[in-house]
Design a protein around this ligand. Structure first.
Ligand code: SF4
Ligand code: SF4
Length: 429
């Protein structure tokens, strides 16, 4: 007797990741790595449950319900499950396609829709606009408007209290890429192209400048292509894959005229840039250009392991290195930043419990899922403070702002810095 089983997806929007869903053998090895499962101990809040629901949806055996949407959107897309999965299930691209599909059938809350429409579509797609808004925010911080708005509770009334609290003190000078080149120190002249980022080149422009100085000292000629922009990670994880792909194509074009590795100092951006090849694999016009681009992408710590960065100064501090999920899980980079920090005279590196558990930042997760985000932030800080560090070092702007905000709230004097700033200090003449 013939048995009929739905082996083909009924939902064509999910077809591209169907094989990925089928790969899950339901072993459960991923459960204890998953931050939302660890918090809730619910199957639907773990990777196995999420893959199962996505597969049932793809096969037409489940309808979109608010519960299903909420369990899927609670995923941090941290890829901790992918890193331990013996069957090779990759949660990031699965969530990207799934969220794109959910966007068509779900009605998110008004503040999530506001973030998507204004921030993702209008702001992050044009770097001139992005810098203009960043300049207004700088004025907001410098003129006392911030103080006034906070005292009147305006950010909270607008549902943006958490986002406003995380906003760092913006620098007076942004790093605006204009096809400039930075000459190397020493005789080596290996070319690299720098991915400046949107948040990194504005809110954290000093980290970008520190990164360029470190690259120069490591013997690299650094080019900074003018036409580059946002990497598109926020769009992809927010369910707007088509906008993310537009941004990807723009970056591919911007870097095609440059030479050498494409260096990135933000873990989240780096993971997305390395994924361009996957996201554009079915586009005959872009498949090869995307693959060539992604093959060139290197995290700063990955690149520096192959260069000779002279460490000249002591940094006598006890340091906790905070693994960014998109570096540790998505790019499998954990040894390189630690080895670089260990090369610094006087620096003592301390390891913490649950080092691989997300800090709750995860793009805009701290705005869209403030409760879980806060729980993970506090858990991370409890683990870090247990070893009494002087400094927490990370490689991702999201982690940096999330932990800094949490420490400020606790009144802690412990600083949080990007690894590029520490390497810049240690290698300064
Ligand atoms: S580890 Fe992989 S195969 Fe096992 S349940 Fe998790 S996602 Fe499925
Ligand atoms: S990506 Fe992270 S939050 Fe999402 S299911 Fe995997 S481990 Fe859990």
């Amino acid at each position: 007797m013939a048995v009929s089983i739905a082996f083909r997806p009924q939902d064509p929007a999910l077809a591209g990741e169907y094989d990925n869903m089928l790969a899950c053998i339901r072993c459960g090895l991923c459960l204890t790595s998953c931050p939302t499962y660890v918090l809730s101990l619910q199957e639907a809040e773990g990777p196995r449950g999420r893959v199962g629901m996505a597969r049932a949806l793809a096969e037409g055996n489940l309808q979109l319900t608010p519960d299903l949407v909420s369990h899927e959107l609670n995923c941090l897309v941290c890829d901790a499950c992918s890193a331990v999965c013996p069957a090779g299930v990759h949660m990031d691209p699965l969530q990207v396609v799934l969220r794109s599909r959910l966007n068509e059938g779900a009605r998110p809350s008004w503040n999530v829709r506001l973030v998507r429409a204004v921030v993702f579509t209008w702001l992050f797609t044009d770097m001139r606009r992005f810098r203009a808004v960043a300049r207004l925010l700088w004025l907001y911080q410098r003129t006392g408007l911030r103080w006034l708005a906070r005292h009147l509770g305006i950010p909270r009334l607008m549902g943006m209290g958490e986002a406003e609290r995380l906003l760092p003190q913006l620098p007076a000078q942004f790093l605006t890429p204009h096809d400039e080149t930075y000459a190397p120190e020493g005789s080596a002249t290996d070319p690299v192209a720098f991915f400046a980022g949107c948040v990194m080149s504005t809110a954290l422009a000093d980290v970008d400048r520190a990164t360029i100085r470190v690259l120069q000292r490591a013997g690299h000629t650094v080019s900074n292509p003018a036409q580059q922009g946002c990497c598109g990670a926020l769009h992809a994880h927010g369910g707007d894959l088509s906008q993310a792909l537009e941004l990807a194509k723009r970056n591919i074009v911007a870097f095609e005229a440059t030479q050498g590795p494409i260096v990135v100092n933000s873990a989240g951006c780096g993971a997305m840039l390395k994924d361009y090849a996957h996201h554009l694999r079915s586009d005959p016009v872009w498949v090869q250009r995307a693959a060539a681009f992604s093959a060139r992408v290197r995290d700063l710590s990955e690149l520096l392991m192959t260069a000779a960065l002279p460490m000249k100064r002591k940094v006598p501090q006890k340091v906790v290195y905070q693994d960014a999920c998109h570096l540790l899980h998505a790019q499998r980079i954990s040894r390189q930043p630690r080895e670089l920090l260990r090369q610094i005279d006087g620096l003592e590196l301390a390891e913490i419990g649950e080092a691989g558990l997300c800090c709750g930042s995860a793009g805009v997760y701290n705005v869209t899922n403030p409760v879980q985000s806060k729980q993970l932030q506090q858990r991370k800080l409890d683990n870090a403070l247990r070893v009494a560090p002087d400094l927490i070092v990370t490689s991702n702007p999201g982690c940096l702002l999330q932990l800094r905000a949490g420490l400020q709230e606790r009144g802690s004097p412990i600083a949080v810095r990007h690894i590029a700033e520490v390497l810049d200090e240690a290698s300064a003449p």
